[in-house]
Design a protein around this ligand. Structure first.
Ligand code: UDP
Length: 322
C-alpha cells in the first residue's frame, strides 16, 4: 500500500522539524518545505538519509509545486518570535497571508486536508482570562506584533473561506507558548534567552517587572495535539497549550534553579504590547480530542536544557578551533 503524503511548510523550523519526525514515524512520505529564513537545516539533518523524507527549499509565498498526490498540508511556515517580527515584518505578513493562500490553494487542488498553525496571539493582550476559543481578542493592528497577529487572524479567515466556499477539509490550531529542543537560540524568546544566559553565566534578562504571565507547553505534547486535531473533524479553531500558568519572573527563577547557574536576574524595559496574561482554556481540546499535556515543566526544561548545553558546547568548540 502506498504511503500517505504530507507537506509541512516551515518544516525545518522548531515545530516543523518535530512534525516531520512524527509523520515519518506514522509512516508518511514527508515533504518538508522551508526557505530557511528562520528555519535551519540542522533541525532536519538527521532525517536527510531517510528515503521517505524530502526537503524542498522554497518560499511558500511563491507558487508551490509538489508532484503527485497529497493527503495533508500543514502550514507552519512563519517567523515566530517578537524579535523576528521586528526584523522581518514584511515576510511575516506575507507568509501568513500570501503563504496561507498558496498552501490552501495547493490543499484544494490536491484534495488534501489542511491544518493551519495559528496562535494565541490572535487573542492579543487578552481581556478574557483564561482564553477560550470564542473570545475574539484584543489586538493592536499597528503595534510591533500587529504584523504577526493580523497575518494569523487573516490566515484563519482565509482558511474558513476555503472551507466554506471550496469545501477544503481544514483544521485550525491556536498554539500557545511552546518550548523544547531546536528552539532557535537567538530568537529573543524567553526560554532560549534564559537558557543561553544561564549557560553563559550572563544576567537573566526579565522584561518589565516580570509579573506578566505565560503558560508553557512541551513540544511533544503539542505535536500529539496537532496529530489528534488533524485526524479529528473539527473545523473551528482549537487551543492547544499547557494551562499551567506562571509569571515570567517565576519562570526565570525556575531556570536559575534548574540549571544551577550563578547568573543573577536583571530587569529590562517591557516591549510594547507585551500581553499581560496568557493561559489557554483547553476544555475543548480535552472534550473533542481527549488531549491534555503530559510533560511537566521540570521534565520538559531538563530535556531542553540538555539540548542548549550541547549547542553552546558545540559553539564554544567551533570558536576555540577557529
Ligand atoms: N521575556 C523576558 N526576557 C527575555 C525575553 C522575553 O522577560 O529575554 C518576556 C517577554 O516580555 C514576555 C515573556 O517573556 O512577557 C514571553 O516572551 P516570548 O518572547 O517567549 O513569547 P511571547 O509570549 O511574548 O510571544
Amino acid at each position: 500500500m502506498s504511503r500517505k503524503r504530507v507537506l509541512i511548510t516551515g518544516g525545518a523550523g522548531f515545530l516543523g522539524s518535530h512534525l516531520c519526525e512524527r509523520f515519518l514515524a506514522e509512516e508518511y512520505e514527508v515533504f518538508c518545505m522551508d526557505n530557511l529564513i528562520t528555519g535551519d537545516l540542522q533541525n532536519v539533518d538527521h532525517l536527510m538519509g531517510d528515503q521517505h523524507f524530502h526537503f524542498l527549499n522554497q518560499d511558500v509565498t511563491e507558487y508551490i509545486h509538489v508532484p503527485g498526490k497529497l493527503d495533508a498540508v500543514l502550514h507552519f511556515a512563519s517567523p515566530a518570535s517578537p524579535i523576528d517580527y521586528l526584523l522581518l515584518p514584511i515576510q511575516t505578513l506575507k507568509v501568513g497571508s500570501l503563504g496561507t493562500h498558496k498552501a490552501l490553494g495547493l490543499a484544494h487542488a490536491k484534495g488534501a486536508r489542511f491544518l493551519l498553525a495559528s496562535t494565541s496571539e490572535c487573542y492579543g493582550d487578552p481581556l478574557v482570562h483564561p482564553q477560550t476559543e470564542d473570545y475574539w481578542g484584543n489586538v493592536n493592528p499597528v503595534g510591533p506584533r500587529g504584523v504577526y497577529d493580523e497575518a494569523k487572524r487573516f490566515a484563519e479567515a482565509m482558511t474558513m473561506g476555503y472551507h466554506r466556499f471550496h469545501g477544503v477539509q481544514s483544521r485550525i490550531i491556536r498554539i500557545f507558548n511552546t518550548y523544547g529542543p531546536r528552539m532557535r537560540m537567538n530568537d529573543g524568546r524567553a526560554l532560549p534567552a534564559f537558557m543561553s544566559q544561564a549557560l553563559r553565566g550572563e544576567p537573566i534578562t526579565v522584561f518589565g517587572d516580570g509579573s506578566q504571565t505565560r503558560s508553557f507547553c512541551y513540544v511533544d505534547d503539542l505535536v500529539e495535539g496537532i496529530w489528534r486535531l488533524l485526524n479529528s473533524d473539527e473545523t473551528l479553531p482549537t487551543n492547544i497549550g499547557n494551562p499551567s500558568e506562571m509569571t515570567i519572573l517565576q519562570f526565570a527563577e525556575k531556570v536559575v534553579e534548574l540549571t544551577g547557574t550563578k547568573s543573577t536576574i536583571s530587569f529590562k524595559e517591557l516591549p510594547e504590547d507585551d500581553p499581560k496574561v496568557r493561559q489557554p482554556d483547553i476544555t475543548k481540546a480535552k472534550r473533542i480530542l481527549g488531549w491534555e499535556p503530559k510533560v511537566g515543566l521540570d521534565e520538559g526544561l531538563e530535556r531542553t536544557f540538555a539540548y542548549f548545553r550541547n549547542k553552546i558546547e558545540e559553539e564554544q568548540k567551533a570558536s576555540a578551533g577557529a
